[in-house]
Design a protein around this ligand. Structure first.
Ligand code: NAD
Length: 258
């Protein structure tokens, strides 16, 4: 992170969903170290409060922990208001809550797509796609008023490749995410708001991701993704909007993915 120390986020407010773990938690730590006020949002109340308290200990007064199911728009709006009321602006929105439905809902991979209850796919589209649209919608009201802001949506290499089980996840993290990102970038450009999507390949937020092959022969360290979020959120990316960046160790171009 040393090279980013010049990217000072002092006085900026960075919101992230999924902040109880993984890349969102690491982002909260990084952005707080870079001077930002961080708003950590997760459905897991105990975990997000515990992790926020750890960051708050090093950055008193600069951390807000909020509980929210990203499927609940009223709660999403309340989170945006709470962030604005606490810190006076919403400068960066990082949409990291989510995951593949079979893993997140403990569905057996023995169940094929037509045999898996439809609720499972409803959950996945609601969390992985609509949850991002909901937060984008809620924060862009504030960003429009302040005439600045950066929204980072999260896709996945799985959206590029398809997946015979996690059909909802693949659907949400694919062209739908690109359409959402491009549409909001078009709208946001006239209001000083940039909107981008980052689509990771395998990231070692859990050991199992090491099993997904890349031409580079490894999965990403989570910091490699967070470094990209910081760069995209900074003014060094001031002319970057409406794009989807694959950060996947070359998996998308690999001939052998097995
Ligand atoms: N780890 C990878 O290899 C990888 C690859 C591609 C894309 N992604 C995507 O990046 C994002 C972050 O991945 P990660 O591995 O860091 O995450 P993670 O699995 O460590 O954490 C996800 C967080 O989302 C929260 N969450 C789940 N449902 C929620 C809901 N309804 N409302 C609010 N919070 C909810 C969970 O409580 C958890 O804290 C996810 O969207 C994931 O799909 C990850």
């Amino acid at each position: 992170m040393e090279i980013f120390m010049e990217m000072n986020f002092t006085g900026k407010t960075v919101m992230m969903t999924g902040a109880a773990s993984g890349m969102a938690l690491l982002s909260a730590q990084n952005f707080a170290d870079l001077g930002a006020n961080v708003v950590m949002i997760d459905i897991n109340e105990t975990a997000v409060r515990e992790k926020a308290a750890e960051i708050e200990a090093a950055h008193p007064g600069h951390v807000l922990a909020l509980t929210c199911d990203v499927r609940d728009y009223a709660r999403v709006e309340a989170c945006a208001k709470a962030a604005y009321d606490a810190f006076g602006s919403i400068d960066v929105m990082l949409n990291l809550a989510g995951g593949a439905e079979y893993r997140m809902l403990n569905v057996s991979y023995e169940l094929d797509f037509p045999d898996c209850p439809i609720d499972v796919f409803d959950w996945s589209i609601d969390v992985n796609l609509k949850g991002q649209l909901y937060f984008d919608h809620a924060v862009m009201k504030y960003m429009r008023d302040q005439k600045s802001g950066v929204v980072i949506n999260i896709g996945s290499i799985t959206g590029q490749e398809g997946c015979d089980h996690n059909v909802g996840y693949s659907t949400a993290k694919s062209g739908a995410m690109n359409g959402l990102t491009k549409s909001l970038a078009l709208y946001g450009a006239q209001h000083g708001i940039r909107v981008v999507c980052v689509s990771p390949g395998p990231v070692l937020t859990r050991p199992g991701m090491a099993g997904m092959k890349t031409p580079m022969g490894r999965a990403a360290d989570p910091q490699e993704l967070v470094d990209a979020f910081i760069f995209l959120a900074s003014d060094h990316s001031g002319f970057t909007t409406g794009i989807n960046i694959l950060i996947d160790g070359g998996r998308d171009i690999a001939r052998d993915k097995t």
